[in-house]
Design a protein around this ligand. Sequence first.
Ligand code: DGJ
Length: 728
Amino acid sequence: MAIFENKQDKTFTLYTDNTMYQMRVDRYGVLQNAYYGKRMEYTDMSYAVYEGNTCFSPNPLDLGYSYSNNHVPQELSVCGVGDFRINALALRNADGSLAADPKFLSAEIIKGKYSIPGLPAFYGEEGETLVITLKDKLYDIYFHLYYGVFEKYDLITKAVRIENKTDKEIKLERALSATLDLPNGRYDMISFYGRHARERMYERTHIKHSKVTVSSVRGASSHMENPFVIIADKNANEEYGNAWGMALVYSGNFEITAEMDLMDKTRAVIGINSENFNYGVGPGETFCTPEVAFVYSGEGFGKLSNCYHKAIRNNLCRGEYKYAERPVLINNWEATYFNFNADKLVSMAKDAAEIGVELFVMDDGWFGHRNDDTTSLGDWFPNEEKLQGTLKSLAERINNEGMRFGIWFEPECISAESKLYSEHPDYAFKIPGREAQVSRNQYILDYSRKEVCDNIYEQLCKVLESANISYVKWDFNRHISDLYSVVLPPERQGEVYHRYMLGLYDLLERITSKFPHILFESCSGGGGRFDCGMLYYMPQVWTSDNSDAIDRLKIQYGTSFAYPVRTMGAHVSVCPNHQTARVTPLKTRGNVAYFGTYGLELDITRMTDEEKTEIKRQIKEFKKYYDLIQYGDYYRLISPFNVEESLYCAWETVREDGSEALVCAVRYDSDANSAPETVKVRGLCPDKLYRINGSEQKYLGSALMNIGFRLAYDFVSYPSRLYHITLA
Ligand code: DGJ
């Protein structure tokens, strides 16, 4: 049983295989967060809760100094009634007050995992949902707190539904998804910052008394921060220490803030960013927050990541490609950019098919009259002159080469120079009387409007029905500014960011369910929307526009803290690399792309025979290790962010039963007369013997994990090796 109610203690305890999350209704009716950490036998954890002192903290009249909202750990933290810490909810009542006082009303355990109308969420037939309803002390406003429990993955989800049963509209000025009040301790926040072509860089910050925030106000989760953080013991590492992960299942504006309060207790909140958020909930209406997925690990980050990986693979990603082998694809973007015609694409497809590539993707530039990035977004009809015929005929030509055919769209944007814009200029975001900003020469479509989404839906369906299309790359190449929807009144403009996301998710739901056989890959100028929200609709994401194998080490390493290898689009491209001008061995480019979806992003017709032979070998090798890489337990072994400790980056995938592992080690820097370096492996059976790459020598599992093995030294720039570890 995952959810356990103890009526006497007034506690609700959620159990996963290794964790325990306990809430308790206190004497004042507040739903406290009493404990979240290692699994224990049931015990009432309320003794550990600190409830108050005199320190200028307001108290309820009848409870005196012993209790204050400013100290109690709360499941739904609110502003206005004496909690001065960061909190999750700011509710403006019809009387103008900014206050809510949610008190326990009822609880229900229901079968299966809840879903959230219109929003992505983890799903699962098995398991239970706990719904706890709180009611405002004064008004008929209800707060339904939903908890989902994924026992095997130590994952607990949470979302809030706010229901207005009064006869007047209320306004949500802040409606975050969760509050996490941590046990006593000193913590760090690990977050993943970046920019275009440099996404998800690992960063570790001490949480002190000032706020630590990662956030986005760009209308997208963004390259700059990711809606996922880990809060961990100051000394936690990959294998050791308490770590709490928080992933928001949402792709728009978000904020995650943590702070230590006046009593040195740490609180974190997570949800939709409150900047330019002001949501009206009319009488009888409800508002649902996005979901948060928590994982607690008592064994450091490696275990935490593995829990997220499994839950995302099994209970977030959907559709025919959830488990199906993903095709090895070739994409023409870096090969041709906008400069191609059908003959060129077909010649690439022909050569690629010969070496084992399975899918050809035609990237940007096939529609309207787009030959650069200044025109045609919004005009989703093929440029038949460039395609030397219809889209159907091009798909057939590609199919005749033995390849499946895929296509690129950027459905959320619009060029000023387009038929759609000339007919519907109001479809683009623009503040009345102000000139809207362009970015990459384009505007954003107002997806908060149903008719705009419908227009795009119809256009996409027409294209996707017109030819044999097996794959779609869904791109988004700018962030949202000049937000204003002409169909909403002034007082509702604070709803537009979230309504945009609801429109986008609805469109994605419609299109992915109408074309279930199509593999959808999400992209936003590379990895600008790599989040759990997008993964619900599209099971892989183009990780970064940076295809340089050495830069990719950091990008893929950072991404792996939450997201599984199976979701990371990774391609081999040419050298000198188009983003960095770096020259790396083709083998290293392949080895790095193996720990992703492995594909190509180059003009295969210009490769030498030797290079083609190497790529053919790589495709075979990738397929040989496919299951191990895609479904194994992934471990980060040597960090590329730590040049002082090692010149290598290494990661590993290992079968759950420890019977086989694959380690990839890449040297990303050099020095003369290098000291020998070793790598310690994880996840093996301690008592079993193993061989490395079929060696004569046998190694004890414990030895490989405690001491490790020496990495081979290759006297070239950026060498890499795979080490296949098998039972002897
Ligand atoms: C950004 C993407 O990340 C690239 O891969 C490519 O599709 C371009 N957009 C096309 O404009």
